[in-house]
Design a protein around this ligand. Structure first.
Ligand SMILES: *[C@@H]1O[C@H](CO)[C@@H](O)[C@H](O)[C@H]1NC(C)=O
Ligand SMILES: *[C@@H]1O[C@H](CO)[C@@H](O)[C@H](O)[C@H]1NC(C)=O
Ligand SMILES: *[C@@H]1O[C@H](CO)[C@@H](O)[C@H](O)[C@H]1NC(C)=O
Ligand SMILES: *[C@@H]1O[C@H](CO)[C@@H](O)[C@H](O)[C@H]1NC(C)=O
Length: 235
């Protein structure tokens, strides 16, 4: 065979293989990511809104609702997960298998009335996470100090939940944090003094409609804030 005919032969072989109905050959989805998503679906009680998460199809296909793979960097690892407007058939905690999606940059959980329980430690596995939104759910318990282990965090929105307890002082250790929205929860106690040492990037703080008390730390005046709402508390 000449080189040209060999190349043509290989080309035909490749084309015919890719048209075979063997999903694993043509799927972009990382198998571990797919397994994690299917565990998450199961841990949420298989809600009908996630019927598009079909194990026989490619999870990087846009048909998987709320799932995005990183095509820009061509890793095809799941970097965005959006779980919103789900009617869970029973009360469920935040699925711990979220910790098995280590390439997540955006995690957006919204409008899930039957989502309950605390923020899981598994979330600290997400070492590339920039944007974390968990709002309009019934999650409770306190905002854990372990949030400060996710050093890549830029924005945290935990508004409209049932979170209680004191604000974690260690959030000021996050070097890239630009804003927090914890409004409409049951958070109590003082605003930590350490919040005066957020980085220059920190511009937005929303704590309205909680049960915060004590003095508002004077150190907050040192921040470069463009948006502040601390209203409707118990100072
Ligand atoms: C995505 O899934 C649809 C429906 O299963 C299919 O028709 C389409 O070819 C798939 N697209 C890709 C890029 O795999
Ligand atoms: C954290 O990630 C590792 C590997 O990426 C995985 O083995 C482990 O189960 C994850 N832990 C949690 C709590 O999700
Ligand atoms: C919390 O649960 C109650 C009772 O199921 C529900 O009515 C309410 O909408 C939930 N809250 C949120 C923010 O989802
Ligand atoms: C403060 O914020 C303004 C507007 O966001 C920005 O232009 C300025 O560079 C910031 N200053 C510092 C010291 O970060």
């Amino acid at each position: 065979m000449t080189t040209t005919s060999l190349i043509i032969f290989l080309l035909i072989l490749t084309l015919s293989l890719s048209s075979l109905p063997i999903p694993s050959l043509s799927q972009l989805c990382n198998p571990q990511d797919k397994q994690a998503l299917l565990q998450i679906k199961n841990q949420l009680g298989n809600p009908t809104q996630l019927a598009s998460w079909d194990p026989s199809t490619d999870c990087c296909n846009t048909t998987w609702q709320g799932v995005s793979c990183d095509g820009y960097r061509e890793t095809y690892r799941i970097n965005i997960l959006s779980l919103s407007n789900l009617n869970l058939p029973k009360l469920c905690p935040i699925p711990p298998s979220i910790g098995n999606l280590p390439f997540l940059e955006i995690l957006d959980i919204r409008n899930i009335p039957n989502l309950v329980g605390p923020i899981p430690l598994a979330i600290t596995n997400l070492t590339k996470l920039n944007y974390l939104y968990i709002s309009h759910t019934n999650i409770s318990s306190s905002i854990p100090e372990f949030m400060s282990r996710i050093q890549t965090l830029v924005t945290i929105d935990f508004s409209y939940n049932k979170l209680s307890g004191e604000l974690p002082g260690s959030l000021s250790l996050l070097p890239n944090l630009d804003g927090i929205s914890f409004n409409d929860n049951f958070l109590s106690g003082p605003i930590p003094e350490s919040y005066g040492s957020f980085s220059n990037l920190f511009t937005s703080i929303t704590l309205k409609r909680n049960q915060l008390s004590g003095n508002i730390p004077a150190t907050l005046a040192k921040l470069n804030l463009s948006f502040v709402d601390l209203s409707s508390n118990r100072y």
